[in-house]
Design a protein around this ligand. Structure first.
Ligand code: GLN
Length: 508
C-alpha cells in the first residue's frame, strides 16, 4: 500500500512541485485507499474517480508545460455533500435530494476547481446538517475510524472520518453549530469554522443562514490554514460575505514553529468558567487542563473568564437554528424543489402533494426541527421565544466582545464527550443537542473557532477548541499550532494509522 496517503497536504504539495510524485499517482493512491477502507467507514456518499483523475491529469500536464499552478494544485480533496457540485450528485444526505445532479458549482467548488485540486468525492453527513453523530444521514451512518462501533461526530462526520482514516488529506465541512469542529474533536482531526462571512456560502445548501459557515478539515493546523487561504475571500453572491484582505493563515500557523520555546509569550488565553465543569467527561477535562499547562509552559498567560450568558446560549441556538432552518427548507415541497411523492389516497391537491412529498423526503430529525422552528416563528411564540433568543444572542455577543478586550483567544474543550456509541443519544434529541454546548457560541457570535486534537482519553481523541475575535482567524491559527505540537494524535489511530497499515511513523 502506498504511504502517500499518510502525508500531510503541504508535504504532498511540495512533493508534487518537486516532481517526486505526479497528481495522477497521488490521486490513484487516494482512490485505492478509499476503495480499501471506506467499506468499513462509510465516509463517502459518492466517489468521483473519473472526475478526480481528469483533474489530476490536467495538473500533471500543466506542470509539465511549465504553467504557474496554485500551491495546492494536484492535492486531492473531498467535499461535504451539502456543497453543490456541477454534474456530481449533491444530496445533503437526504432522500429529498437523492438523484439531484446540480447544474452549477458552489463558489467553494469553483475555487477548488480553479486551483485544480482533484475532488475525489462527496462525504456523508447528518441529513441537511442537523445532528451531532451522522446517524441522521438518510443513507446510513459513518463509522468513527478510531472505533467502528462509535459515531464520528456530526453533522460533518463523513469529512472528518475521511481525513481521520487517511482516505484524503483535505476536506470541506460546514458549521452551523459545530458540525466541522465536533467531528474533528472525536476523530482526532483539525476542523475550522472561519469568521462568519470569511468563506462564501453560495452553493452550500442553506441550514440556518445567520449561523452557517463553511471551512476546512485536515490533519494538521498548517494544512487547514492553507485550505482556508484557498477558499476564503469576498463573493458578491453571498450577502454576508466580508470584503476583507485576509493575512495568510498558513504563515500564521507556521509562525509559532519558528518562534522559539515561548511562542505564546505575551499572549492571554481566556478560560471560560461556563465551558468547563461537570458537563464534561473526566478524560476530556484532564486533557483540557494538561493542554492549559502546556500553553503556560509555552509562554501563555491563562485568564479566567465569567461569561454568564453562555449558560443559555445552547437554548438560544436551538430556537434560532430551527426557526431559520424551517424557513430555508420550505422550498423542498415536491413542486418547486425536491422529491415528489403522490398522496397515497384521495385527490392530488397541492396541499396533499406537498404533505406526501415532505413526509417521504425528510427524516425524523429534520421534521422535528421544522415543526419546532415553525412553532417558534408563529404568532404568540415569536416574541416569547425567537425574539428572546435574539436578545440572548446580543448579550452573548457583548459579553464575548468585552472578554476579547482582556484576552487574545478563548479556549474550551470542543465537545463534552469523546466519541459515543451508535444509538446512545439517538432517541433522546436533547441529550444529542448537549454535544453542541461548547461549539454553538462561536456561531451565535460569528467569531472564528477551531478544534485541534489535544490527546487521548481511553484511547479516543479529545479536541481542544480555540476561539478568536471576529476577523481574528490568524491569531486562532497561531495558538492552535502550539496546541497541536503537544501531542501527535491522528497518527496514533490503531485501526487506520500508518502503524496499522504497516508503514512506520518515520517513513510516513
Ligand atoms: N450539531 C448541531 C446541530 O445539530 C450543529 C449542526 C451544524 O453545525 N450543521 O444543530
Amino acid at each position: 500500500m502506498s504511504d502517500l496517503v499518510f502525508k500531510t497536504a503541504l508535504e504532498l504539495a511540495r512533493m508534487l512541485r518537486d516532481g517526486e510524485v505526479t497528481s495522477v499517482e497521488l490521486t490513484r493512491a487516494v482512490l485505492d485507499r478509499i476503495a480499501e477502507v471506506d467499506p468499513q467507514v462509510h465516509a463517502f456518499l459518492f466517489v468521483d474517480e473519473e472526475g478526480a483523475l481528469a483533474t489530476a491529469r490536467e495538473v500533471d500536464e500543466a506542470r509539465a508545460a511549465g504553467e504557474e499552478l496554485h500551491p495546492l494544485a494536484g492535492v486531492p480533496i473531498a467535499l461535504k455533500d451539502n456543497v453543490v457540485t456541477r454534474g456530481v450528485p449533491t444530496t445533503a444526505a437526504s432522500k429529498m435530494l437523492e438523484g439531484w445532479i446540480p447544474p452549477y458549482d458552489a463558489t467553494i467548488t469553483q475555487k477548488i476547481k480553479a486551483a485544480k485540486l482533484p475532488i475525489v468525492g462527496k462525504t456523508n453527513m447528518d441529513e441537511f446538517a442537523m445532528g451531532s453523530s451522522t446517524e441522521h444521514s438518510a443513507f446510513g451512518p459513518t463509522h468513527n475510524p478510531w472505533d467502528l462501533e462509535r459515531i464520528p461526530g456530526g453533522s460533518g462526520g463523513g469529512s472528518a472520518a475521511a481525513v481521520g482514516a487517511f482516505m484524503v488529506p483535505l476536506a470541506i465541512g460546514s458549521d452551523t453549530g459545530g458540525s466541522i469542529r465536533q467531528p474533528a474533536a472525536v476523530t482526532g482531526t483539525v476542523g475550522v469554522k472561519p469568521t462568519y462571512g470569511a468563506v462564501s456560502r453560495q452553493g452550500i445548501i442553506a441550514l440556518a443562514s445567520s449561523l452557517d459557515q463553511a471551512g476546512p478539515v485536515a490533519r494538521t493546523v498548517a494544512d487547514a490554514a492553507a485550505l482556508q487561504d484557498l477558499i476564503a475571500g469576498f463573493d458578491y453572491q453571498d450577502a454576508v460575505s466580508l470584503d476583507e484582505e485576509w493575512p495568510s493563515m498558513e504563515e500564521a500557523a507556521k509562525a509559532t514553529a519558528s518562534a522559539g520555546d515561548k511562542p505564546l509569550a505575551g499572549m492571554k488565553v481566556g478560560v471560560v468558567k461556563q465551558l468547563t465543569g461537570d458537563a464534561y467527561e473526566d478524560g476530556v477535562t484532564a486533557s483540557f487542563e494538561e493542554t492549559l499547562e502546556y500553553l503556560k509552559e509555552r509562554g501563555a498567560e491563562i485568564v479566567e473568564l465569567d461569561l454568564p450568558t453562555l449558560d443559555i446560549a445552547l437554548d438560544a441556538y436551538y430556537v434560532i437554528m430551527p426557526a431559520e432552518a424551517s424557513s430555508n427548507l420550505a422550498k423542498y415541497d415536491g413542486v418547486r424543489f425536491g422529491l415528489r411523492e403522490e398522496p397515497k389516497e384521495g385527490a392530488v391537491t397541492s396541499n396533499r402533494l406537498i404533505a406526501a412529498s415532505r413526509g417521504a423526503g425528510f427524516g425524523s430529525e429534520v421534521k422535528r426541527r421544522i415543526i419546532l422552528g415553525t412553532r417558534m416563528l408563529s404568532k404568540g411564540f415569536f416574541d416569547k421565544y425567537f425574539v428572546q433568543s435574539m436578545r440572548v444572542r446580543t448579550l452573548l455577543k457583548n459579553e464575548v466582545e468585552a472578554a476579547f478586550e482582556e484576552v487574545d483567544v478563548i479556549v474550551s474543550p470542543t465537545s463534552p464527550t469523546t466519541a459515543f456509541k451508535f444509538g446512545e443519544k439517538l432517541d433522546d434529541p436533547k441529550l444529542m443537542y448537549l454535544s453542541d454546548v461548547a461549539t454553538t457560541p462561536a456561531n451565535l457570535v460569528g467569531m472564528p473557532a477551531m478544534s485541534v486534537p489535544s490527546g487521548l482519553s481511553h484511547g479516543l481523541p479529545v479536541g481542544f477548541q480555540v476561539m478568536a475575535p471576529v476577523r481574528g482567524d490568524a491569531v486562532m491559527y497561531r495558538v492552535a499550532a502550539v496546541v497541536e505540537a503537544k501531542e501527535d494524535v491522528v497518527n496514533k489511530n490503531p485501526n487506520f494509522g500508518a502503524g496499522a497499515a504497516g508503514v512506520s511513523g518515520e517513513e510516513a
